[in-house]
Design a protein around this ligand. Structure first.
Ligand code: AMP
Length: 281
């Protein structure tokens, strides 16, 4: 595996692959790799000649009171996991490499951001869209892999690729979970023992909601109340949001119909967890 830290080294490394018309699969991450990231890498490995992984904790997508400084980082462990998973090129820039100075240009996302994480994390998706625009230009991948755990991110990037004419195929990948259903996340390490034991209720509440819909319930509010009360009664976490929207448009619905997403965010002492389920009615 080739580890590169500068834009120039990345370009030099990718040049020969591009000259040989080899297809590039790109997996952007913030590191502290787990099986969710590995699944993305494996999917990229299957469909492309070359797999590029980026590890960059992007300050632009963190709010002033969020966990940028304390976000978990472990380069040695990440290297070992990336090699094992079959990454060809690992791009790990420092912040100064991606943003040598205060950015003069940022991407401003107008659609699909007044709901879910966009509502509670002001500017988050502008930061995501800005860094991905830069990374897409640098890596020029044929395909880019994103996890459905961040379903709003998938929807936003889908729009970014379309509207900015990136010749990139977005490949969404299903959420990888622990055996008890908790979605794998770099932030799970910040749960204390009691919270870790409670956390599977997030996914359980989503699967229960799905059952209720399958049994015929069509009123949004009934589903939201069911999910909220289950989380409130069986965890010490504080609900940030429980929302039911159309997917991928992320529009309000009152009556459940077509493809919808139920998405939740719950704050524990040192970690805010998100999860979701999409259902086709
Ligand atoms: P992150 O490092 O958290 O920014 O995540 C990098 C990519 O991995 C994003 O596309 C995430 O959606 C994806 N990802 C994170 N956790 C999981 C998971 N449990 N299953 C599948 N993909 C995931």
């Amino acid at each position: 595996m080739n580890v590169v830290e500068t834009k120039q080294d990345l370009r030099n490394t990718l040049e020969s692959f591009m000259n040989n018309q080899q297809s590039i699969g790109f997996v952007p991450t913030m590191g502290f790799l787990h099986e969710g990231h590995v699944k993305l890498i494996e999917e990229a490995r299957k469909a492309n000649d070359v797999v590029v992984l980026s590890i960059f904790v992007n300050p632009l997508q963190f709010g002033p009171n969020e966990d940028f400084d304390s976000y978990p980082r472990d380069a040695v462990r990440d290297d070992a996991i990336a090699i094992q998973a079959g990454v060809d090129v690992l791009f790990r820039p420092q912040v100064e490499e991606m943003y040598p100075e205060e950015p003069s240009y940022t991407v401003s996302v107008q659609n699909r951001v007044n709901v879910l994480c966009g509502k509670s994390r002001n500017g988050h998706f502008d930061g995501v869209a800005t860094v991905l625009t830069k990374l897409f230009h640098l890596v020029q991948p044929n395909r880019a892999y994103f996890g459905m755990k961040d379903a709003q991110q998938v929807a936003v990037i889908d729009g970014l690729i379309e509207e900015f004419h990136f010749p990139i195929e977005l490949v969404p990948v299903q959420t990888v979970r622990e055996e008890d259903g908790l979605a794998k996340s770099s932030r799970n390490v910040y749960l204390n023992e009691k919270e870790r034991a409670e956390a599977p209720i997030l996914y359980k509440s989503l699967t229960r909601a799905k059952e209720t819909i399958v049994h015929g319930e069509r009123k949004k509010q009934v589903i939201i109340d069911q999910v909220s009360s289950l989380i409130e009664s069986e965890s010490s976490g504080t609900i940030d949001y429980v929302e039911l929207l159309s997917y991928p448009d992320l529009k309000e619905v009152e009556v459940i119909n077509g493809k919808i997403i139920i998405a939740i965010a719950v704050k524990f002492t040192n970690a805010r967890l998100i999860d979701n389920i999409t259902i086709e009615v």
